[in-house]
Ligand binder design. Structure first.
Ligand code: AMP
Ligand code: MN
Ligand code: MN
Length: 334
């Protein structure tokens, strides 16, 4: 497939942008919310929007579902002063704006704000988005929700400060696998160029995002990789799992497991990679990655989750074996 180079990406109608701009201009209180266990795109796009709205004098709060915990680069992002825990977030804002959440349940304990807010604006790029807002700005072609935030802030007339740029850089870099994935269009690079032009320390951010981990996490990574298995039929699934006991033995937090999937997916034989990360006795956060031949979002949606063609996830139940068996069953159908 060939696509014309795009200078503006938007699968979103100009009339919808105009409605969003108007809603933001009129609201007496605005609550921003992103998905559970925020990643770089969820938090970065939300804080970039928060900083932009604050710059324009709009009354804004930002929050994310409990637990109210962040680490690494995400804990240090500009705009974090706008963050309040879910239980302290405006109970009935005029306007709720959600970021990078593909469905209402991704809002965890902030989900009730969908009922109490005057209006809900959904900003997202998941193909599986369930359109749970009163206004849905969803562009499945966008590389990151951060791309949409840049377009929104431009339309609002906000100035691109280094602080906003840092948040957007983290958002876009994270969701494009550091500008490697398919969705990295010419316009994504143009956006990155504008972000870098504000003087942000992109090399430092990238080092902290991708090339820094505690020694215990290096050992944990090795152990989880060493127990990987490979199917010799079907999509050649390469899979592994990590338990809460693994984390405890290496003195690590769950974030230390996020890079496991990126190493597993490098296995040449595998079309699909899967990592199940234990959350509780019978509960697992499951990550799926595809090289493109299989749409893993279909597998994830079938198992109660969501995501994109190349990267998706769901919450699995039972033992690690049960979870991987469920993945194999859905893969055979996909
Ligand atoms: P992860 O493997 O956690 O990096 O997640 C990859 C992508 O899958 C995310 O960007 C989300 O779009 C999606 N995803 C992960 N977990 C879930 C879930 N439990 N429910 C819905 N979507 C999910
Ligand atoms: Mn996300
Ligand atoms: Mn995203």
């Amino acid at each position: 497939m060939t696509a014309a180079p795009e200078t503006t990406t938007s699968g979103i109608a100009e009339a919808d942008w105009a409605t969003a701009v108007e809603a933001i201009g009129q609201a007496d209180s605005i609550l921003l919310a992103c998905h559970l266990n925020p990643d770089g795109d969820a938090l970065g796009s939300m804080l970039a929007a928060g900083l932009g709205l604050a710059q324009l004098g709009r009354p804004v709060q930002a929050s994310f579902p409990s637990p109210f915990e962040l680490s690494g680069v995400l804990a240090d992002l500009p705009g974090r002063e706008l963050l309040v825990p879910a239980d302290q977030a405006d109970a009935a804002p005029d306007l709720l704006v959600t970021f990078d959440a593909g469905s209402a349940d991704r809002l965890g304990d902030l989900r009730d704000r969908l009922d109490t807010a005057g209006r809900a604006l959904v900003l997202d790029h998941h193909a599986s988005n369930t359109r749970f807002g009163t206004l849905n700005l969803v562009d499945a072609g966008a590389a990151a929700t951060g791309v949409l935030v840049d377009q929104l802030l431009t339309r609002l007339g906000a100035r691109l400060t280094p602080e906003i740029a840092e948040c957007l850089y983290v958002a876009v870099s994270t969701d494009t696998g550091s500008f490697k994935y398919q969705a990295t269009t010419p316009s994504v690079h143009e956006l990155a160029a504008r972000l870098l032009a504000t003087g942000i320390d992109h090399a430092g951010l990238s080092r902290r995002l991708y090339d820094t981990r505690p020694f215990g996490a290096v050992r944990l990574l090795g152990e989880v990789l060493a127990r990987a298995t490979r199917d010799t039929t079907g999509a050649g699934l390469v899979a592994s799992y990590a338990t809460l006991d693994d984390l405890a033995r290496h003195g690590q937090r769950p974030e230390s497991l996020e890079s496991v999937i990126d190493v597993l997916r490098t296995a040449e034989e595998a079309e699909v990679a899967c990592v199940a990360k234990q959350l509780g006795p019978d509960e697992w956060a499951v990550s799926l990655r595809s090289k493109g031949g299989v749409d893993v979002s279909r597998v994830a949606v079938a198992l109660g989750g969501g995501g994109h063609r190349y990267a998706a996830g769901f919450t699995g139940h039972g033992s690690a074996d049960d979870v991987l068996a469920a993945v194999r069953t859905e893969l055979a159908r996909a």
